[in-house]
Design a protein around this ligand. Structure first.
Ligand code: ZN
Length: 352
């Protein structure tokens, strides 16, 4: 049971032979697909999380200005999250979008239609574009994150999502908002992250190494986007809950699209198959594939296949739908070249 069976990719999911610690059996089925019992355990944890979410929302403090911040990228998953928050849970919501300068026109149009249709307040934060580019460049050209983190997500996406999370937390602490909702699915986050409270000091410690590397390669300004000031952290009891409500919904992608269409959300034609909002995504995938030889979406898509929420063919189509013609323009804009990406490939290949 090894690569000698000649399979390029698992015949059940879409994990490739380059995915860490993968082994195929004679039929080309990978060890991740063959792991027994995980589904039953998953169902228990999801049911428990569902009860906890309902109870947290039911017992919320009705005197607050907002019940929840929804991190809203304009993609279908975060649109559905926003829709559930408003229409299913009746929360008073502040939608928050990080404008990284790469959100597609079609996605912006969706964002505007959806927040209007749902009648929610919307807050947009656009970081200094030079700062954002420097963070993206450092993330692509250096070993900022460990290999395990990067089995689920590309390095630039990870930095960008860290900016989203940090900004949302700062906003929640400033405005005393008890819940931060995001549209992650179980293929994107570990199952123990459906509901969690930020322990900022612990989080800062766990991030210390990557923050130090980011400061070194991008500049000291990174703290402005990725650190929470101590002045906001005095009241440790008041940390908001982070909740990914989509994880407890048993819906297929088709059903999500059907739902968000009722808000006039339209499928954007100008981005790749794995992201319905960010034009940087294809480039991030390109960097990840060049460094690690597999697509950063394989793990998420494979999870959806095993849960019966996506077919293998749909997943393959998504990974192949990449508007690669944009890559040279983006590389020029971010001042990144292939030689420096290959240097980081060499660094990671020498790590365990
Ligand atoms: Zn598999």
């Amino acid at each position: 049971m090894s690569e000698s069976t000649g399979y390029e990719r698992c015949t059940k999911c879409v994990l490739s032979k380059h995915f860490p610690r993968i082994k195929f059996d004679e039929d080309g089925v990978c060890n991740y697909c063959r792991q027994p019992n995980t589904i039953i355990k998953t169902e228990d944890v999801i049911a428990e999380a569902r009860d906890q979410i309902e109870s947290l929302f039911k017992n919320r403090d009705h005197t607050k200005e907002y019940d929840a911040i929804v991190c809203y990228s304009g993609g279908k998953d975060s649109t559905y999250t926003l829709q559930l928050a408003v229409q299913k849970y009746n929360l008073r919501v502040l939608a928050f979008t990080l404008d990284n300068g790469f959100i597609s026109k079609a996605a912006w149009n969706n964002i505007e239609r959806v927040v209007d249709k749902l009648g929610v307040d919307h807050w947009v934060f656009r970081p200094n574009s030079k700062h954002y580019a420097a963070i993206a460049k450092a993330s692509a050209e250096h070993d900022i994150y460990n290999k395990k983190t990067l089995t689920r997500i590309s390095s630039i996406c990870n930095s960008c999502i860290s900016i989203v999370n940090t900004t949302a937390l700062k906003l929640a602490l400033e405005k005393d908002i008890p819940f931060i909702l995001a549209g992650f699915t179980l293929g994107q986050i570990p199952i123990n992250s459906i509901i969690y409270k930020n322990h900022q000091k612990f989080l800062a410690e766990s991030r210390a190494a990557s923050m130090e590397k980011l400061r070194q390669h991008a500049g000291d300004f990174v703290d402005q986007y990725l650190a929470v000031p101590d002045t906001l952290l005095r009241d440790l009891e008041n940390y908001p809950h982070n909740i990914n409500i989509l994880c407890v919904e048993n819906v297929t992608e088709e059903e999500i699209i059907e739902q968000v269409k009722t808000l006039d959300w339209r499928s954007p034609g100008d981005v790749d198959g794995c992201s319905s909002n960010c034009m940087l995504n294809t480039f991030n995938n390109y960097v990840h594939e060049r460094v690690f030889d597999y697509n950063p979406y394989e793990m998420e898509l494979s999870h959806l296949i095993r849960e019966g929420l996506l077919t293998r063919e749909e997943a393959l189509t998504k990974m192949q739908t990449q508007p690669r013609e944009m890559i040279p323009t983006i590389m020029k804009k971010l001042d990144i070249d292939d030689a420096s990406i290959d240097k980081v490939k060499w660094i990671y290949s020498n790590q365990k």
